[in-house]
Design a protein around this ligand. Structure first.
Ligand code: SF4
Length: 350
């Protein structure tokens, strides 16, 4: 494990060779607006010779973050509209988000909750708020799945995670507990036997969704941390964000999805970037995203295909935005497009 503490300030970024001395003042304006943390593992992964390094682009603050476009908003996916009690987002009938903590081991420059996370953010849920959140889950028998997100729930101590799992474990109608995390990639040493054990509760199935966006993030250490979870019976899926200058390339996406599958992590979601403030330099168009997803389909195994989705601003939930491969022609006939882009009649005419 790489030792040391995270890089957080403009001066530390300069000292680490991640920001040019001449840019320190400008970058300090970004660090005073949005949280910054680069874990030692991620700092080691950055190629300082490459000015377009896809790892640096995800974590090193950029002056472009101070440019806010009119369509951007503080709560891009509309969590606030569906929060009946503090820490809970209940958008879909059978599942809730439980946001126990708003702290992360790294801060992604494109984060959709960047106005809520970080040292100046919403912090950790209080014991009274956690009681109210657990009571809400217990009183709603339609809740089948609880998704711990935030923030990154893996920053909580194993003792606190165990306590949350015990309390969820006592609720009969909750069958699935899912954690969303970046820790196996950005701080793999944290995934030790104690943490793994804390994620399990009798009679419940635990899922872990790993957030990674570039194949270089799946280091041997990240793969070993994931294996510790999977070998303990935890199911892993992936989530990635489609990001300009990071993974907006069919070959890079294919390598990323293959790396997940090789690690026994099923590709799950590929998110279109949300309208978070100061993130327009990461966004590509929906058409560009659809073209990349179509290219992926022809390039790699069906196991490696994520679902390309958009969170509809305003809290209306997710919509699948993958390019359609079938068009109705009337009379029960269709035109189907294969992975090479060739069109075929369905059913065939003869
Ligand atoms: S780990 Fe998730 S919540 Fe934390 S900064 Fe990155 S995207 Fe945001």
């Amino acid at each position: 494990m790489t030792a040391g503490r995270p890089i957080r300030t403009a001066r530390e970024l300069v000292d680490a060779g991640l920001v040019a001395p001449a840019a320190e003042e400008a970058v300090a304006r970004v660090t005073s607006r949005y949280a910054v943390a680069i874990s030692p593992t991620i700092a080691d992964l950055i190629d300082r010779q490459d000015t377009g390094d896809p790892i640096a682009r995800q974590f090193v603050p950029d002056i472009a973050e101070l440019t806010q476009t009119p369509e951007e908003r503080a709560d891009p996916i509309g969590d606030g509209a569906h929060s009946p009690v503090s820490g809970i987002v209940h958008r879909y009938p059978d599942r809730v988000l439980l946001k126990a903590v708003h702290v992360c081991p790294v801060y992604c420059r494109f984060c959709f909750r960047r106005e809520m996370v970080g040292p100046q953010g919403l912090g950790t849920i209080t014991p009274a708020e956690l009681d109210a959140a657990i009571t809400y889950i217990a009183e709603h028998s339609e809740i089948w799945e609880v998704i711990l997100t935030g923030g990154d729930p893996f920053v909580l101590s194993p003792r606190r995670l165990h306590e949350i799992m015990e309390r969820l474990g006592a609720i009969d109608h909750v069958k699935i507990v899912r954690f969303h995390t970046r820790v196996p990639v950005v701080e793999p040493g944290r995934v030790d036997a104690e943490l793994v054990q804390a994620l399990k509760a009798s009679g419940k199935t635990t899922y872990v969704a790993l957030h990674a966006n570039h194949p270089r993030e799946l280091t041997p250490e990240a793969r070993a941390a994931s294996a510790r979870l999977i070998d303990a019976g935890i199911v892993m899926v992936s989530q990635s964000v489609l990001l300009k200058g990071v993974n907006d390339d069919a070959a890079v996406l294919a390598e990323l999805m293959r790396a997940f599958v090789e690690t026994r992590i099923k590709p799950y979601y590929l998110h279109h970037p949300d309208l978070a403030p100061g993130t327009s330099h990461f966004r590509l168009t929906i058409e560009e995203g659809q073209a990349l997803v179509a290219a992926l389909r022809g390039r790699v195994s069906g196991l490696c295909q994520p679902t390309y989705i958009l969170d509809i601003p305003g809290g209306h939930g997710k919509a699948v935005v993958g390019a359609s491969t079938i068009a109705a022609e009337g009379g029960g006939c269709y035109t189907v497009t294969d992975f090479r882009g060739n069109e075929h009649a369905y059913p065939p005419s003869g």
